[in-house]
Write a protein that binds this ligand. Structure first.
Ligand code: ATR
Length: 265
């Protein structure tokens, strides 16, 4: 019988996880199927029960449930606990485990850009579910200073309670940064725009968007237009998926050109 895997989120249409996982499943001759499911918050509990009953064998979590799933889980891995963010779920010996592969995914993605990190200042836009993972990865890479800015300031303040070294920038204000990261959902819809004073951001900056579909958000388009190096979240996405695949199937799937080609529209 095919094992069943899912990615849950809301919205979920943009997710390319099924495409990627099913490609690796087939390539490695595994009997499994990976699907996406639009979920409402009140349906999380029932879904976890289905993992307990082994009707579902593994789940990936995306916006906005990475934190919201935690109360329904039996155990968190160290990375999931530190970040209070879960993107991969599985069952071991009757226990439902929450894990986090975003930290490693983001860390690998930034390492692959070959930048010197330890003298850099980062500005993160957003204070949602994925932000703790980004902060932990940046700290592992020994970044010099991290600032965050968020529409709802209370959430930025809450983030600073977990990471006291964070600086907070008022929403709509700009600072002198080296790297700017969009960690909001603004851009998932092609028309979404983050209001930033792009023209006054000096050249040679690095713009990173966690979003990978669409491939080029307005944020990245503007960065490019005003002379920045830009990168979308595809490398992070592929590497978090590779780690989740290994957790579930015990096989580290290959990441090559074909993998990235597959994810083009
Ligand atoms: P959650 O906060 O439930 O974890 P998320 O989807 O992981 O949700 O995070 C969404 C992020 O995108 C948040 O930082 C959110 O800002 P708020 O905390 O103010 O809600 C941000 N976001 C989403 N839509 C936005 C918009 N139109 N303008 C500004 N920020 C937005």
């Amino acid at each position: 019988m095919n094992k069943k895997f899912l990615v849950i989120g809301n919205p979920i249409e943009h997710s390319l996880s099924p495409k990627l996982h099913n490609y690796w499943i087939k390539k490695n001759n595994i009997k499994a199927l990976y699907e996406k499911k639009l979920l409402k918050e009140e349906e999380i509990e029932k879904l976890i029960l289905e993992i307990k009953e082994e009707k579902i064998h593994g789940v990936n979590i995306t916006i906005p449930f990475k934190k919201k799933v935690i109360p329904f889980l039996d155990l968190l891995t160290d990375e999931a606990s530190k970040s209070q963010s879960v993107n991969t779920i599985y069952k071991i010996k009757d226990k439902i485990i929450g894990d986090n592969t975003d930290i490693e995914g983001f860390k690998v993605a930034l390492e692959k850009t070959n930048q010197i990190i330890n003298d850099k200042t980062v500005l993160i836009i957003g204070a949602g579910g994925v932000v703790p993972s980004i902060i932990i990865a940046l700290k592992k890479l020994k970044i010099k200073k991290i600032f965050i800015t968020n529409r709802t300031e209370a959430k930025a303040v809450e983030m600073r309670n977990s990471f006291p070294e964070l600086g907070i920038v008022d929403w709509g204000k700009m600072i002198n940064f080296d790297i700017i990261i969009n960690a909001t959902s603004i851009g998932l819809n092609e028309k979404d725009k983050i209001k930033l004073d792009y023209e006054n951001i000096s050249k040679n900056k690095f713009f990173y968007d966690i979003i990978y579909n669409p491939e080029e958000t307005d944020f990245l388009k503007k960065g490019k237009k005003f002379g920045a190096r830009v990168e979308n979240g595809k490398t992070m996405f592929v590497h978090q998926a590779q780690k989740a695949f290994f957790i579930w199937h015990g096989i580290l799937p290959e990441i090559d050109k074909e993998t990235f080609n597959l994810l083009r529209a």
